[in-house]
Ligand binder design. Structure first.
Ligand code: KG4
Ligand code: ZN
Length: 341
């Protein structure tokens, strides 16, 4: 069964065709990140406008790369939540039109469920249950994946998402956007022990907090400026990255130990972070569990992961009618349709 996936929840306009939830036949991503970088972050209206300009071409290329027309596609899966609402609606509306015109089922996919499904693209043998940290620019969830369409969120950030913290710290240090890769690059030549950053205290056994850490970095930068001292940017970036990776790896290991998880996974943009991967690997080895990581191309936003999750949503009978709407925020445990507020 071949699913066409469409993703437009942030600054990537993406379309892909995936067979059987596992085999990627095409994967096309057009990003407005370079333009967004000029503003130091995603400007929602610019994201929406770039989506509406490029979505037709992106979808056509995904079909062409897979050597298919809509006749050969079994369903259209689309990210309907969460995300920048103007951006989400571009993909939802396009998918609706396409499914109507081609008379194919329309499958709504939660973006974070999509990030989890990125693991199926990399590990064809991976089956739930497993434990997954989904860490992106907007979310940071410790999730027990009970089944393909059933999830239990054990813990989350109580303030900033991990990716958001990287982005804000990068801005403070003048490293540009997106912050994750920029901070990692700067940290390569830094000494992570040169600055001591606090470990935030947070309520909830599997919750994390990054707001205080971000403020601590800002305070170090401001103090250096006030005193007229040179700031060691690579070392501050390295200290911050170490702290974030340590916090995430420790909480993930705690959740894995408590739940007896045999397989532990990372997903989302932050899962591309090399240090986080290393730290989690060490912890998971100590627990005697197995670590499964997504390929780097499937960490950031893409539509192959939406098509993969769409396959499992379709198997579970989760389709939408012409009344499908988009949602800026929605718990990932919530199936479609969400209750009316
Ligand atoms: O999943 P994603 O592409 O989009 C959202 O759903 O938000 O994640 C983007 C986030 C950004 O905050 C970016 O700075 C972060 O992932 N990121 C990283 C790395 N690459 C991207 N964070 C840490 N290290 C990286 N190598
Ligand atoms: Zn994402």
């Amino acid at each position: 069964m071949k699913i066409l996936g469409i993703e437009s929840s942030c600054d990537e306009t993406a379309a892909a065709v995936v067979e059987g939830g596992r085999t990627v036949l095409s994967n096309v991503v057009a990003s407005s990140v370079e333009e967004q970088a000029l503003y130091g972050g995603v400007v929602p209206e610019i994201a929406s406008r770039r989506h509406i300009e490029s979505i037709s071409q992106v979808v056509q290329k995904a079909l062409a790369d897979a050597h298919l027309t809509m006749d050969g596609v079994d369903a259209v899966a689309v990210t309907y939540a969460p995300g920048l609402i103007g951006a989400v609606l571009v993909g939802v509306n396009f998918a609706k039109g396409l499914s109507f015109a081609a008379n194919k089922p329309l499958v709504p996919v939660h973006h974070l469920r999509g990030h989890v499904a990125s693991l199926y693209l990399t590990h064809p043998e991976l089956r739930p249950p497993f434990l997954c940290l989904v860490a992106s620019g907007g979310h940071c969830h410790f999730v027990r994946v009970d089944g393909y369409t059933t999830f239990t969120v054990l813990g989350r950030t109580v303030d900033d998402a991990a990716g958001e913290a990287f982005d804000k710290v990068a801005r403070t240090l003048g490293l540009g956007y997106p912050g994750g890769p920029a901070v990692s690059k700067a940290a390569e030549t830094g000494d992570p022990t040169a600055y001591r950053l606090p470990t935030p205290h947070v309520e909830g056994r599997y919750n994390v907090s990054f707001s205080g850490l971000k403020t601590a970095v800002l305070n170090v930068a401001n103090t250096a400026e006030m005193k007229g001292e040179a700031l060691d940017v690579p070392s501050l970036a390295a200290a911050f990255q170490h702290k974030v990776a340590e916090i995430l790896a420790e909480k993930l290991a705690l959740a894995a130990a408590d739940t007896g998880a045999k397989t532990v996974c990372l997903a989302g943009g932050v899962a591309a972070n090399t240090l986080l991967r290393q730290k989690v690997q060490q912890k998971v080895d100590t627990l005697g569990a197995r670590l499964a990581l997504p390929k780097l191309i499937y960490c950031g936003d893409n539509a192959a992961m939406i098509a993969a999750q769409g396959y499992y949503e379709l198997q579970a009978g989760h389709t939408a009618g012409a009344g499908l709407n988009g949602y800026a925020s929605l718990p990932m445990e919530q199936g479609y349709p969400p209750p009316t507020p």
